[in-house]
Every structure is written in C-alpha cells, then in structure tokens.
Design a protein around this ligand. Structure first.
Ligand SMILES: [Cu+2]
Length: 191
C-alpha cells in the first residue's frame, strides 16, 4: 500500500513539473511573437507602408460637419499613432484631418532642434503662421490654406533612420506638441 502511494505521488510530481514547464515555454513563445508582430508584418519582414492620422475630428461633444463645416475647436491636434515603423523604401500615408501642415526632418532631428520662430504666412488669410525652418527638412507638404481639410499626402522614406514629423501650423506644434516619428528599418530582404 505504501509503495502504491509513493508511485501515485511520483506520477503527480512528474505531471506538475511537465505542465509548469509547458506554461513557461508557451508564455515565452507568446511574448516573442508579440515582439515580431510589432516590428514586422505577418511574413516577418518590416512593413511596406504605414498610416498616420494627422489631426482628426472629435466626437465629444457630438460634431456635425454637414454640409461643409470645419470648426477649429472640434479638431484634435495629434499624430496617431505617434510613432510608426516601416522598411527602407516604404511609404507613410499621412491622412490629414483638419488644418495641418506636414513637415518631415532628417534622421535624428528632435523637436527641440526646430526653430519655430522662422515662419511663413499661409497663402490665404486669415490663418496662423506656418513654421519655415529649412534646416534638415526633407519634405514640406502643401500649404493647407490652399487645400481641402480632409486629404492625404504620401511620403517615401528611402533610408533607415528615425525621422521627425511635425505639424507646421505654429500653434499646433508649439502649444499642442503636434509631432511624431517615422522609424525606418533596414530592408533585410533586399540584402
Ligand atoms: Cu496641425
């Protein structure tokens, strides 16, 4: 009888070790796949393109733009998501919602590097000044005063690096911190 109890205990112990080992491994595998999914597409290569909402229309309180209203107080001044990752040679689709101006600065530029006191007036007035700091600027988008408020600009990033993207509408950048980053990863599939 004692021997039988011992065998049962042994079986239980082996089972307990086995199941906890399984859970530890399963957890590690899960964390690894989450990491891969964040950096890459489901084929394991960096993304060809990403989408950034460049401003947006708020819904609290409810907003009625019909038939053609652009109330400035109902616009959200942010890049969403704030950081995107693509592979070299890929594109970022900036979907602009509101009165905003896309400016892209070269690898490594920080928001504190931007001289927001260099400005240019928009073509059509009245409108707030647009930041015009050409130092390390690699893309300047359309003057928003000449454009519809809901539109897209598609920008190609050829080289790996971390690129600063800001809204050139001065109060949006200075007061609301409207900026983000594009991280461009080396395109390993081309090597
Ligand atoms: Cu803006």
């Amino acid at each position: 009888m004692k021997r039988l109890s011992f065998i049962v205990l042994c079986i239980m112990a082996i089972f307990a070790v086995g199941i906890s080992t399984y859970f530890v491994f399963a957890q590690g595998k899960h964390e690894h796949s989450e990491q891969v999914r964040e950096d890459n597409d489901d084929r394991g290569v960096p993304l060809d393109s990403a989408t950034v909402s460049f401003g947006g229309w708020m819904t609290t309180p409810p907003l009625d733009r019909f038939p053609n209203q652009n109330p400035i107080a109902a616009n959200h001044h942010a890049l969403t998501p704030k950081t995107v990752k693509i592979k070299a040679g890929g594109t970022v689709n900036f979907i602009i919602g509101g009165f905003h101006h896309v400016l892209v600065y070269d690898d490594g530029t920080q928001p504190s590097d931007i001289n927001a006191n260099l400005t240019i007036p928009p073509t059509n007035q009245p409108a707030p000044p647009l930041i015009n700091d050409p130092n390390r600027r690699i893309y300047r988008g359309l003057d928003p005063s000449t454009q519809p408020q809901d539109r897209v600009e598609v920008v190609v990033f050829d080289r790996p690096g971390t690129y600063l993207v800001i809204c050139g509408v001065r109060p949006h950048f200075v007061n609301d911190g409207m900026y983000g980053f594009v991280k461009v990863l080396a395109n390993k599939s081309d090597e």
